[in-house]
Design a protein around this ligand. Sequence first.
Ligand code: CTP
Length: 394
Amino acid sequence: MKRVLLIVSGGIAAYKALELVRLLTKAGYGVTSVLTQAGAQFVTPLSLQALTGNKVYTELFSLTDESEMGHIELSRSADLVVVAPASADILAKMAAGLAGDLASTLLLATDKRVLVAPAMNVRMWEHAATQANMALLQTRGVLVVPPDAGPMACGEFGPGRLAEPPVILAAIEAALGVGGPLTGKHAIVTSGPTHEPIDPVRYIANRSSGKQGHAIAAALAALGARVTLVSGPVEIGDPAGVQTVHVETAAQMLAAVEAALPADIAVCAAAVGDWRVADEAPHKMKKDGGVPPALHLMENPDILARLSAPGPQRPKLVVGFAAETERLEEYAAAKRARKGCDWIVANNVGGTGIMGGEENEVLLLSADGARAWPKAGKIEVAAKLAAKIGEFFA
Ligand code: CTP
């Protein structure tokens, strides 16, 4: 029997944790639950205990609990740790690595995958602090079931409502490798910039952070796919549960992608350098007071176009990205035709710090036409794209 450790933190959505427990036990999972102090304001330990059939843990320093089951043991005896609802507070504690109570201590001590289902007021969810915490947690491999948008208990409208329990159950099953829609599929994702050397100490690069591509890799893995992430040089960490290959140049990225074939899915989110320096200097170039050197550039191989080319190795679904500053749909449609990929995720990078930022505003272009998605965090965009890919293979 697979075991889930469910941490219920504070918030009006905590009552939905009871429904989640009911679904989990009905599906045959063993559930042990932990209530934070704030969570206990919304549901009682008794109701959780009745539904799980197990003791509910609430305090960090309880001698009886320590002799029964220490917190390290508690955090490791489960197959998956789930935080639902996850409040802004517990997400911030996780991001900062705090361990002042039982729930945060378990989250710091666990060696298992962690899945969070955030729920909070829309402004708290959209706050830069929460979004930065989410981005950081996801780069560490924390799986996310994004909140739903809709009217909230506080009277406001927007994203922040806890995802519905059946959706959380599906994400739990995918994380445990039980029947996710992409189970058995191999996905290759490219992410980040490339560095094209000028000489041993200088290079040409771009502002890509890798946040969107890494989030897509994690989101595909959460739906059960085996994921190979080919990443250019980025500041963020490798997502958990994903095989990450680190490269520097476009040529290395192409070689790593080709080595990872065959695949069912390819998502090219990397901002591959269009050109490399044709005559890379073997030694550091010195200024000698004369004319500054001119760089002779040559075009890099187009990884997306290679993957999209017909042939036995072509993945069934190839998704490209288009970064445009104007005439988004028109340019993206032309790019889709030119490269031969199935879908294009077009983003407008002309506006406010999309590149390198936490948010993305995209248009999904396929043979069926164009669909504009509302501006959302990169994690939400990734989850939505992964879900669409899941539907494609359904
Ligand atoms: N891409 C790639 N290999 C390259 C260049 C681009 O795989 N050598 C992929 C990117 O990962 C992305 C898409 O192609 O999925 C972007 O296409 P690109 O031609 O780079 O478009 P832009 O540079 O955004 O636009 P353009 O050159 O048309 O202005």
